[in-house]
Design a protein around this ligand. Structure first.
Ligand code: PHE
Length: 345
């Protein structure tokens, strides 16, 4: 009997201290198994009770049950404390500050050509122009015939055309929009049309098979070349942010008479001559001129009463000029290292 009580006391003396000394949950679990587990020290003591006399058994049984409860409570308290400490430690380690801004999100941005198209549209809208949209697959009539370019005309050879089965063409320029605009809206008229055009072209640093144009058309009474020059100079100033010197020189397009070409002073050498302007001091910008009477007629407009001017230019080239882009093919390369340089937002 006293043997058993001594064992119980010994367990009590040691185990309660060990509970407090357990440094982590693993150590505590080991201790729980070693004392209260099926093969634990207190459990084997309890197993010895059956050899005692009934009175002794009652006394020792009570004693060991008290200890069992005490020990279990101590272990549970210690476990709760250790768990709490563990949670605190992990909160400390992965500190979450809900007031911090989230990680930045990668937003896209307009392609430089699209940005330029939008800018040009806005510029012309501010001058009272209407922006029109038209088909990329054109009829031979709108792309050539109605623009005073009959099938036998050598000017057709100047534009290497993608012909489609069934007679359509991928528009070689936006000039077909002149006819559509006149037919749809009549005179007086101020429109621009922007969009993709296509030519069966050998590609190099300044030629792409697919590129972008803006077409402008003004029809009214008393319209002259002076209006044309004024509008194009306003466009140049808008694009380059300062007045730009320009010149008109004679050229030929079947749908304008007189036909002209607008050059502007080279932005790199300021007219002195450099590789960009091939030593001339001037950069070609656009074909333009006074709308040919045959074209006005095709558009259903009285060519005795009205005159008009038209111009058409490559938006890709203009964008290259503004940002000194050396190769037109970069625009459609899909190379983000190039495109991200135009991320302004
Ligand atoms: N359509 C012509 C071209 O693509 C440009 C142009 C437009 C010329 C309007 C005169 C008038 O080259």
């Amino acid at each position: 009997m006293s043997d058993l009580l001594a064992q119980i006391e010994e367990i009590e003396g040691a185990a309660l201290g060990q509970v407090q000394a357990s440094a982590d949950l693993d150590a505590l679990r080991d201790l729980e198994v070693a004392t209260l587990g099926r093969k634990g020290s207190l459990t084997s003591v309890l197993r010895g009770l059956k050899d005692l006399s009934p009175d002794d058994r009652r006394a020792a049984g009570q004693r060991s049950n008290d200890l069992k409860r005490k020990l279990q409570e101590a272990i549970d308290r210690r476990r709760a404390a250790l768990e709490e400490a563990e949670v605190q430690a992990s909160l400390e380690k992965d500190r979450l500050d809900p007031t911090q801004p989230g990680p930045p999100r990668a937003y896209g941005h307009p392609h430089p050509i699209l940005a330029m198209q939008r800018e040009l549209a806005q510029l012309f809208e501010s001058m009272g122009f209407t922006v029109m949209d038209g088909p990329e697959v054109e009829t031979e009539y709108y792309n050539f015939e109605a623009l005073n370019i009959p099938s036998w005309h050598p000017a057709r050879d100047m534009q290497d055309t993608f012909w489609l089965k069934g007679g359509g063409v991928l528009r070689t320029h936006t000039s077909g929009m002149q006819i559509r605009a006149m037919q749809e809206r009549g005179a007086p008229l101020r429109v621009v049309a922007l969009g993709r055009v296509f030519r069966n072209e050998d590609q190099d640093a300044s030629h792409e098979h697919t590129f972008h144009q803006i077409e402008g058309l003004v029809v009214d009474e008393g319209i002259s070349v002076a209006h044309l020059k004024g509008v194009l100079d306003a466009m140049l100033q808008g694009v380059f942010g300062e007045p730009v010197t320009s010149r008109l020189r004679p050229s030929y397009f079947p749908f304008v008479e007189p036909g002209l070409e607008l050059d502007f002073e080279c932005r790199i050498c300021k007219g002195k001559g450099c590789p960009t302007c091939k030593g001339t001091g001037w950069v070609e910008m656009c074909g333009c001129g006074m709308v040919h009477p045959n074209v006005l007629k095709a558009g259903g407009i009285d060519s005795e009463r009205y005159t008009g001017f038209a111009f058409g230019l490559g938006i890709d080239r203009l964008t290259m000029m503004r940002y000194a882009v050396p190769d037109i093919r970069l625009f459609m390369s899909g190379d983000l290292r190039f495109l991200e340089q135009f991320h302004t937002g």
